[in-house]
Ligand binder design. Structure first.
Ligand code: CDP
Length: 207
């Protein structure tokens, strides 16, 4: 069976947790597409390759490396993500993953609009910038990284602006995406809402 779930939305809205929860619940494979941009940014820095060459060279080993989830790498990721050649270099990998047999969940910024406009289920997961900054701040503190709230909020707002303002594949909800605002929802409620959307789409789906 081929069945794609596309999950888009800004940083720290809850996409990752919802995507992993959906993949587990339905037995689908999961790809966090942010890791592709993070690994590309890091490769540019470490190897001196140009951004496009770095994107083409990214492989499964790069995605599995530790240290991809730091603020510094996120910043690099959002810079290389604005380069059209980088985005183009990463399309085939994402589309192949989306159409694999057995179902797939992909989360990112442009999955429902550019990478998989034909996805069987689409969600746009969002929350207010303050709530997202608070979650990111808590995550950073929990993982032992130094952080101050004002700095994290500033970084979230800067990244939102870059992701929505870029000319190529800007972050936006697809017209047929179901909007999930998690500002006042805990993760269980958000996951339940997402599960019911996917269940509903699966019922009408054959092969
Ligand atoms: O987890 P968080 O939302 O903070 O970041 P991420 O999803 O790992 O993405 C890091 C950066 O990669 C984002 O700020 C985007 O600029 C970029 N990105 C993108 O442009 N397109 C995607 N499909 C995924 C990430």
């Amino acid at each position: 069976m081929r069945f794609t779930v596309a999950i888009d939305g800004p940083a720290a809205a809850g996409k990752g947790t919802i995507s992993r929860g959906l993949a587990k619940r339905f037995g689908f494979a999961h790809l966090d597409t942010g890791l592709l941009y993070r690994a590309t940014g890091r490769k540019v820095l470490e190897t001196g390759l140009g951004p496009e060459a770095a994107a083409l060279a990214v492989g499964p080993d790069d995605l599995a490396r530790v240290g991809l989830r730091t603020q510094a790498v996120a910043e690099l990721a959002s810079q290389v993500a604005a380069i059209p050649e980088v985005r183009a270099a990463l399309v085939a990998f994402q589309r192949d993953f989306a159409r694999r047999d057995g179902g797939a969940v992909l989360d990112g910024r442009d999955i429902g609009t550019v990478i998989c406009p034909e996805a069987e289920a689409k969600l746009f997961v969002t929350a207010s910038a303050e709530v997202r900054a608070q979650r990111r701040y808590d995550e950073l503190r929990l993982s032992g990284q130094a952080a101050d709230f004002a700095g994290v909020l500033d970084e979230v707002l800067k990244r939102d602006a870059r992701d929505t303002g870029r000319a190529d594949a800007p972050m936006r909800a697809a017209e047929d995406a179901v909007l999930v605002d998690t500002s006042e929802m805990d993760i269980d409620a958000a996951l339940k809402a997402a599960i019911s959307v996917v269940k509903n789409r699966l019922e009408g789906h054959s092969a």
